[in-house]
Design a protein around this ligand. Structure first.
Ligand code: AMP
Length: 195
C-alpha cells in the first residue's frame, strides 16, 4: 500500500497515519517528523529548516524532496508507505510522481481529510493544553499564532495539491470532522477499494 494523506495542519493526519501503519504494516513517512529530527540533531538540513519551521512557513522544495527521495529507498519502505505532510506543493507532487515512476511504482490512494478550519484552531488549542497538562512540551508550531501561519501557508501553497490529484482522478475526500474512529473506518473503506 502506497498512499498520500492530505489535509491542513491539525486535521488528524498523524493520528490516522499511525493507525494505518498498524493495520497495513507500512511505514509512516512524515516530512514534519523528519525535519524535527534533523533540527534536534543539528544536521545541516536541520540548521537550514529550523527558523522557517518555527515561523510556520514551508521548508524549501529542494530540501524536502531530497529527504523523501532518500527515505523512499530505505528497506522498510519497500512494503509500502503513507506520506504524511508531503507533498505540500505542486512541485513536490510532481517530484513524487517522477521519483515513483523511476522506481516503477505508483500511488494506490490519495486521501484528503476535509475539515472546518475555524474548528481546527480550537482543536489545536486543545492539543497544546493537553500536552501542557501532561507535562509534555508544546510543539513550538502548535502555538496558536504560529498555527494560524501554518494554516495560511496551507491555504496559500498546499491547497493546490488536492486539485492536482483530483485532475488525475486519484483524489478521495473524507470528512475529517467526524469522530476519529469514523474517519479511520472511512479511510479503510477507500483503501479496501484501492487495494
Ligand atoms: P508538520 O508536522 O507536517 O505539520 O510539519 C511541521 C513543519 O515542517 C511545517 O510547518 C513546515 O515548516 C515543515 N514541513 C513539513 N513537511 C514539509 C513539506 N512537505 N514541505 C515544506 N515544509 C514542510
Amino acid at each position: 500500500m502506497r498512499m498520500v494523506l492530505l489535509g491542513p495542519p491539525g486535521a488528524g493526519k498523524g493520528t490516522q497515519a499511525q493507525r494505518l501503519v498498524d493495520r497495513y504494516g507500512i511505514v509512516q513517512l512524515s516530512t514534519g517528523d523528519m525535519l524535527r529530527a534533523a533540527v534536534a540533531a543539528g544536521t545541516p538540513v536541520g540548521l537550514r529548516a529550523k527558523a522557517v519551521m518555527e515561523s510556520g512557513g514551508l521548508v524549501s522544495d529542494e530540501i524536502v524532496i531530497g529527504i523523501i527521495a532518500e527515505r523512499l529507498d530505505a528497506p522498510d519502505a519497500k512494503n509500502g508507505f503513507i506520506l504524511d505532510g508531503f507533498p505540500r506543493t505542486v512541485a513536490q507532487a510532481e517530484a513524487l510522481d517522477k521519483l515513483l515512476a523511476e522506481k516503477g511504482m505508483r500511488l494506490d490512494a490519495v486521501v484528503e481529510l476535509v475539515v472546518d478550519q475555524e474548528k481546527l484552531v480550537n482543536r489545536i488549542l486543545n492539543r497544546a493544553a493537553e500536552a501542557q497538562a501532561k507535562g509534555e512540551p508544546v510543539r513550538k508550531d502548535d502555538d496558536p499564532e504560529v498555527f494560524k501561519s501554518r494554516l495560511e501557508a496551507y491555504n496559500r501553497d498546499t491547497a493546490v495539491v488536492s486539485p492536482y490529484y483530483q485532475a488525475r482522478g486519484q483524489l478521495q475526500q473524507i470528512d475529517g470532522m467526524m469522530p476519529i474512529d469514523e474517519v479511520t473506518a472511512a479511510i479503510n473503506g477507500v483503501l479496501a477499494k484501492a487495494a
